[in-house]
Design a protein around this ligand. Sequence first.
Ligand code: PLP
Length: 452
Amino acid sequence: MAEDPHATSKDPRHAPDPRRRVPRTDVVLADARLVAAAETVGRAAVKAAVVTALQRVRDGEIAPAEAVDAALGVLPRGPRPVLNATGVVLHTNLGRAALSPAARDAVVAAAGHTDVELDLETGRRARRGRAALAALAAAVPAAGDVHVVNNGAAALVLAATALAAGREIIVSRGEMVEIGDGFRLPDLLESTGARLREVGTTNRTTLRDYERAIGPQTGFILKVHPSNFVIRGFTSDTPIAALAALDPPVVADIGSGLLRPDPLLPGEPDAATTLTAGADLVIASGDKLLGGPQAGLLLGEAPLIERLRRHPLARALRVDKLTLAALHATLTGPPTPTWQALRTDPSSLHARTETVRARLEAEGVPVTLTESPAVVGGGGAPEVTLPSWSLSLPEPYAAALRTGATPVVGRVERGHLLLDLRCIPADADDQLITAVLAAAKALDGTAPGAGK
Ligand SMILES: *Cc1c(COP(=O)(O)O)cnc(C)c1O
């Protein structure tokens, strides 16, 4: 309505109220932050956001000086980069593994047109993602062949559909896992038309239990790694090597995606050892301990892999070119951020955390340094804790940091926000400090005393 900035201020009823001085649309649109935003979301979206913000000024909801922030706040926004200060290396809500710089570069390079399914030498169609598949096969020589689908769950669905639809999957009652957000492996498997033949008990399943369940209806024996819980006490479990001596194929869902044994995580199964022990097919995720993109890895005997690859469902689970590029770079590149975060030396982490703490304290932030164990996360090794250190801040910082310009996610424990720097790239410490100082300022404004 009032495009003329002076129109309302001349109105004697509103003249004394600064909230009624509505800035001109074109003046607001010229703000550097909004000009920059237009580069990503387009000028039309920015203009609509400004119109909305100015209406709020007109309605007296916000001050004229808040118009730009209000407009920025309603711009369409995709997933945002977050600093993971949770001390959980593989946090599903934060996208699990952070890709290595090499994998990020590979994603960017593959984003345009790419030779994902074309042999540039011959000009003919080639096996999709052959470079990534070759790298995976090379990393696990015990596998006769490999295949990649969208995620671990998709790999399970493909195996269950191709090998056991209308038939039975024999699985221990101790391995009926819920993987998170209400999704349960038994439901997933039965959705394919396979029937589950549960054997043993929650804590004990013997070779004899499996043997007795085998019959003409058996599709395969499934072994699921309990990747997010532990059963302790009076327990007994039948190893893959014993199951491999039985007739039906053995499919092992190892979850974590370790390709070879890792001395840091002795309880975590790996693809090479599991295949050598006699599994016919190993299923794992790409974005857990492997530290790559979301993907489902299938490794096993060549004829079995070929059967899966040729199944019609394989086309529906086909993996994206960006994933293939990132997977290739992860497999052939330097140690991943996941690998590095797991191996961070506690004393250097302590020194780094103390440096950040001192800089924040010098700015008046009420921060202390505290010992706080880190964990691998939903991706595996539920029993492993990594000695670690955190910055400790008053709890109100949690929300302020989450909603800041660079969102920082920590964890709240006993009334304090803990920020573990283990999973934050070392070159992002300045960014973290800027974010904490901005949060302190925001808290000072809203709740006196909360920030300092
Ligand atoms: C994580 C996990 C899955 C699911 O894999 P996604 O890649 O998340 O689909 C299946 N089984 C086990 C044992 C797991 O740990």
